[in-house]
Every structure is written in structure tokens, then in C-alpha cells.
Design a protein around this ligand. Structure first.
Ligand SMILES: [Zn+2]
Length: 453
């Protein structure tokens, strides 16, 4: 491929929809057979559902007859004989890399990979890097502690696949990371969006203009980022003088959807994944352009297959027309709009985490740091208190006006009035990985059924 090509693989990225479905159906049939024959979990699951894998002859059969899979089911299958249990489909000796989710409740979900799985997972990132103009001549700084979190390990595999230079920041402090960037001059910063903002804030405190680091790109993952939150994108781009993109990944499934270069959404990598978007309550597939839960099947997870896996991510899908960027791959407008378990109904209105973040960030005088506290009001109904840090330029005497302005903007945009508390700069916690923004303070039996990975 030439460096001025727009696509990592135009063969896959621009494949006509009809052809794509034919290829995917063939792969789905192979996957069902592989899972049934090699994973005790899927064998039992299909048997209990009365499903014979040879009966799946059309895409409609797959959508209608094959049962969905949940994280809780895979965790339970692992617990039968830890660490991988009945979910494993390969020989244990073929597991070459192991991760786990940082679940806040219960047992962590273990994520084993074969060598093939890691190659394909990395390739997901390579598609994304190439699409936005990143080339093998670029060098990548990983502001990441190299722990049990899949996200940026897979990004590292992607950089190896691309042929770029790797600078692994590792477990040093934020100031040291800035010094490393000053001396080694990376062109791409890979981090969570929250941490990128913290890096910029810390650089300024050190008297270093983040723009002087010489970065050209920010590529984020792990939480809603530059395509889901335009104001956040502006902040990252103007702080560092970069173009900012994000990849939508699901740790136990893959780096499923790299950014569209137009920056208003992500494309499902349909060379590796298939998806349907369904109503989380009825299980019915929703029409194109509507929102629902993203249910993903991976063709490149041989260690622990994921078939019709409920991601709990809310997306809006578009697939019948190619995107302006030329890709035919399913487009998730605005990337992940929320989590099915992070939707709180307040006085009859669905309130999504990302929607609140986007609105708050449009109000002048607010900083990017906020928290949403879910609690009960005096009548025992669900309510949310939004704590947002003021920008350092705002005097404390103006906090009350700022609270009113944010509350009014939320009412205008989302249709419900929420309580807002403006707090002083640098008082909310900072995170290296995902920011914890939804805090459920309700009694345990009223809490969200499941908290994110
Ligand atoms: Zn596109």
C-alpha cells in the first residue's frame, strides 16, 4: 500500500454491503461450529436453546435463533474451573496473553488470547491509525501503566502491525511522562481522554505549553472521547495542537470500531466483527438510525469466542449507505451514547451519561471534570446531582450563576431539570485510566444492575 492511500485495506473497508453479508454469514457458520465443538460453554448453551448449528443457514436464522451471550454467563463459565473454565475454546497451552476487566463488583472477567487473536486485535487499531493519516513514520507515546487492562496493550500490537515507533511511558508519574515526551518527541499520544486533559493541566503547571511537545495526533480509548464529546475533542485539540480521535473497544471482544476520519462517529471493523443493535428490553433488532444495545460477534477470538455478545453500550447505527469517508462499514454516529446500565430515568426522561457531559461542556466557565451522583430525592424517586469543577478563571462568587446556567442548559437540551453543584478547580479525582463519572449512591437494591468494565 502507498502512504497516500486513504485505506488500510480498501478491499475490506469499501466492500459492498451485500458481499460483506455473504462473507460474514460464511464466517458465522464456521464460528458457530467451532464454538459448539470446542467450548463446553457454547456447546451447552446451544443444546439448551435447541439450536443445531447446521440449522443456521441465513443471516435471519442467526439473528432470530442464536441466543445472546452476556458477560455474567462467561464469568460463571470461567468459575467452573478457574481461571478460564468452560468458556475456553482452545487448548490452554495456546493462551499466550491474559487480561482481566477491572470490574468493580464481583469476580473479574478473564480475557485469554491466542497469538492469532492478538494479531487481529492489533490490526483493528492499524485500520484506525491509517484512516486518519498516521503512518509508520510516526512514533507513539503510551501514557499507560501496562497492567491487566487490554485497551492499550492492543493498541501497542496495532503500532507493531503498522510499523511505527513505540515509546512505552510505563508506570512513571505524570511529570516524568511530560519530560519523556519533551526529550523523545513522539507524534502520537495514546491515552484515555481524561488522562490527556490531566497531562495538559500538569504540563501547564510545570510551565510547559502542551503544544511545545510536538504531538500531531491524540488517539484515545477506554471511555467516551473525542468523537462522542465534541467539546472534549476541542479541548484536547486546542491544548496539544493535535487532531484527536478515538477507538471504540470492548475489552473482551476487541478494538471493534476505529474512528471515522470525519470525527463524528466510529465504524465497526466488519472484517473482524458483525453487529446487530437491539432493544435491550424486548431483544428486537431496531431499525437503522435508531438507538439500542450493540450486540457483537467476533471472528477473531479463538481462545474465548464471543457470539452475539451484549456489550451494554448504547449506539445509533447506520449501514445501508456508504459513509462520506468511503467506508461501507456500519457507522456508529456519536460512537457510544451511553451504557444500557448507565441510563437513569429521571421524571420519565432517559438521561445518558454522555448526553449530560456534552451539555455541561458547552456552558462557558465549566471545566472538563465532572461527576454524576445518582441518588433518591425526598419522595424516593431517582435523581441526579451533577458536580462540575469551575474553570480556574471563574471567581467563587459566580458559582451560583454558573450552577443556574448549567441547570438551565440541561433542561433545555435534555428536557429535565437536574441539580448542579459547581466545585473549585482540581477538587474532583483524576484518573490514569477511565474516569469514574457515574456514582450510584442509592440503596443497594435500587442500584444499577451492573457497573462497567
Ligand atoms: Zn466514515
Amino acid at each position: 500500500m502507498r502512504s497516500d492511500d486513504r485505506f488500510w485495506s480498501s478491499y475490506w473497508e469499501c466492500m459492498p454491503r451485500k458481499r460483506l453479508e455473504e462473507v460474514q454469514l460464511r464466517r458465522i457458520k464456521q464460528l458457530l461450529k467451532y464454538a459448539y465443538e470446542n467450548s463446553r460453554f457454547y456447546h451447552e448453551k446451544f443444546r439448551k436453546a435447541g439450536l443445531k448449528v447446521d440449522d443456521v443457514k441465513t443471516m435471519e436464522d442467526f439473528v432470530k435463533r442464536v441466543p445472546v451471550t452476556t458477560k455474567e454467563e462467561i464469568t460463571a463459565a470461567q468459575s467452573v474451573s478457574p481461571p478460564f473454565g468452560e468458556a475456553l475454546a482452545c487448548d490452554p497451552s495456546e493462551v499466550l496473553h491474559v487480561f482481566q476487566t477491572s470490574g468493580t463488583t464481583g469476580t473479574p472477567l478473564r480475557i485469554p488470547f491466542t497469538h492469532y487473536d492478538t494479531i487481529k486485535y492489533g490490526e483493528d487499531w492499524a485500520y484506525g491509525f491509517w484512516a486518519v493519516g498516521i503512518r509508520p513514520s510516526d512514533s507513539f507515546y503510551f501514557a499507560f501503566g501496562w497492567g491487566m487492562y487490554t485497551g492499550f496493550w492492543s493498541s501497542y500490537w496495532g503500532v507493531r502491525r503498522l510499523g511505527g515507533r513505540v515509546i512505552s511511558g510505563g508506570g512513571v508519574g505524570t511529570e516524568d511522562r511530560i519530560r519523556q515526551m519533551q526529550s523523545l518527541r513522539p507524534t502520537v499520544l495514546v491515552a484515555t481522554p481524561t488522562y490527556a486533559l490531566y497531562l495538559a493541566e500538569t504540563a501547564r503547571k510545570m510551565g510547559v505549553d502542551p503544544k511545545s511537545l510536538g504531538l500531531k495526533y491524540f488517539y484515545g480509548a477506554g471511555e467516551p472521547g473525542p468523537t462522542a464529546l465534541p467539546k472534549l475533542r476541542d479541548e484536547i485539540e486546542s491544548s496539544f495542537g493535535v487532531k484527536a480521535y478515538e477507538l471504540y473497544g470492548v475489552a473482551e471482544v476487541g478494538a471493534i470500531a476505529p474512528a471515522c476520519p470525519k470525527q463524528d462517529g466510529t465504524h465497526l471493523n466488519e472484517s473482524n466483527y458483525h453487529c446487530i443493535v437491539m432493544d435491550p428490553e424486548s431483544g428486537e433488532v431496531v431499525a437503522e438510525g435508531e438507538r439500542g444495545e450493540n450486540v457483537v460477534t467476533s471472528f477473531s477470538q479463538l481462545a474465548q469466542p464471543v457470539i452475539k455478545y451484549r456489550t451494554k453500550d448504547v449506539v445509533e447505527w447506520h449501514h445501508s449507505e456508504p459513509c462520506e469517508c468511503g467506508r461501507t462499514w456500519t457507522f456508529f454516529k456519536g460512537t457510544v451514547l451511553g451504557r444500557t446500565d448507565y441510563v437513569v430515568k429521571i421524571r420519565g426522561v432517559n438521561v445518558y451519561q454522555t448526553a449530560v457531559e456534552n451539555v455541561v461542556r458547552t456552558v462557558p466557565g465549566t471545566s472538563p471534570h465532572l461527576e454524576m451522583h445518582i441518588r433518591l430525592d425526598e419522595r424516593g424517586m431517582d435523581d441526579i446531582l451533577i458536580k462540575v469543577e469551575a474553570d480556574p478563571s471563574v471567581p467563587t462568587s459566580a458559582y451560583k450563576d454558573l450552577e443556574d446556567a448549567v441547570s438551565e442548559e440541561l433542561r433545555r437540551s435534555i428536557g429535565v431539570r437536574l441539580n448542579v453543584e459547581v466545585v473549585r478547580p482540581a477538587t474532583l479525582p483524576r484518573y490514569e485510566l477511565k474516569g469514574k463519572k457515574m456514582i450510584d449512591e442509592r440503596p443497594r437494591d435500587r442500584q444499577l444492575p451492573f457497573r462497567g468494565v
